[in-house]
Ligand binder design. Structure first.
Ligand SMILES: [Zn+2]
Length: 347
């Protein structure tokens, strides 16, 4: 446990649900975990009692292992009741991957925000601009010129469609202004930005539970990246202002994150994340005494060896920190004769 984590409280200790099993974390709210083949090796999903059936929150990626784990859940954990609805917090593969499979199998609707649903459909279809190869000119213009790395990016064409082969053709819209009912309880939708287009966290006042998705995680900081489809995004700025939306919730809220363990200490964690980004922005500001591309900033922010998956997030994250200072008027952006965009102090 790192020092920051020791400031949080984990009410379930080291307990983790076994594959295909669940742990009840609040009345009618059950925790399950599915494996992921990345450095981040698991995702938490939630099964909520919903009248005569269940609502599922998030899906896992489309692999046989995840489908097998779901089959165990169906056999052991549903008490003979059907899944009535599938909610996905956002469009990333670990959250929406098996949505079509779950919805078809249970004849259940998918509920998402329109921003997340739209991007999931675009990426699953591999549309130009929302696919792997669109990253090549984007990252090249931000200083990633190593031909081997660019070739590896090109090879990631099928990354998203492999993990999310299909998204249902219809959806029910989640909106911040419209609370939803799951079983006995009302849940508020809290939208968040900077990690994905319109992330939905869910808060139930009666239960004192926040399903935080990827917006508030206990152990790692949420990725905030600028990618090709929105090349001038202020992802860090959006994320930091979204974090403030969690501060009115009670400090003893039980936070159910998509990665890591359920915890209490929401305000503490928000403060840690704000401090983390302030430190990152300080490092970037100091470096930008001389012109820096996003590729120049990556080794400053990430001091370990990165695989291609990690490098693409690291490039996106470095650029997002440069953009925050650019939008704040602290940096200006200059294009070099080599076509690379660099950022330097001044306005
Ligand atoms: Zn995510």
């Amino acid at each position: 446990m790192n020092p920051q984590e020791s400031e949080l409280h984990y009410p379930f200790g080291d307990s983790l649900p076994d594959t295909g099993c669940t742990i009840e974390v609040a009345t009618g709210v059950r925790w399950l975990r599915m494996g992921l083949p990345f450095a981040l090796n698991h995702i938490n999903l939630w099964l909520l009692e919903d009248g005569e059936g269940w609502t599922v929150i998030d899906c896992g990626i489309a692999t046989d292992e995840t489908r097998d784990a779901w089959e165990q859940v169906f056999a052991q954990e549903l008490r003979g009741r059907p899944i009535r609805r599938v909610i996905a917090t956002h469009c990333h593969p670990d959250h929406v991957g098996l949505s079509a499979w779950l919805c078809e199998r249970w004849n259940a609707p998918l509920q998402m925000t329109v921003g997340e649903y739209g991007l999931a459909r675009m990426m699953s279809a591999g549309l130009p601009g929302a696919d792997g190869p669109s990253m090549i000119p984007h990252f090249r213009s931000h200083g990633l010129t190593d031909p081997d790395k660019l070739a590896a990016l090109d090879g990631r064409k099928s990354y998203y469609p492999t993990l999310v082969p299909k998204v249902p053709e219809h959806f029910l819209r989640l909106e911040e202004r419209t609370p939803i009912k799951i079983g006995e309880h009302g849940w508020r939708v809290i939208t968040g930005f900077g990690h994905s287009p319109e992330h939905a966290a869910l808060y139930c006042d009666a239960l004192g539970v926040l399903i935080s998705g990827d917006m508030v995680l206990p152990r790692i900081s949420t990725n905030t990246s600028v990618f090709a489809i929105e090349p001038e995004a202020d992802a860090v700025g959006q994320y930091l202002s979204s974090l403030e939306k969690f501060l009115p919730l009670p400090e003893d809220t039980l936070v159910l994150p998509s990665h890591g363990k359920p915890f209490r200490g929401l305000h503490k964690r928000v403060a840690q994340l704000q401090a983390h980004h302030a430190e990152r922005l300080d490092e970037v500001r100091v470096a930008c005494a001389t012109p820096q591309s996003a590729a120049d900033i990556v080794p400053l922010m990430f001091k370990r060896e990165l695989d291609m998956h990690q490098l693409s997030f690291a490039m996106g994250e470095a650029l997002a920190h440069l953009h925050r200072l650019w939008y704040a008027g602290e940096l200006k952006r200059v294009e070099g004769n080599d076509g690379v965009l660099r950022f330097v102090l001044g306005n």
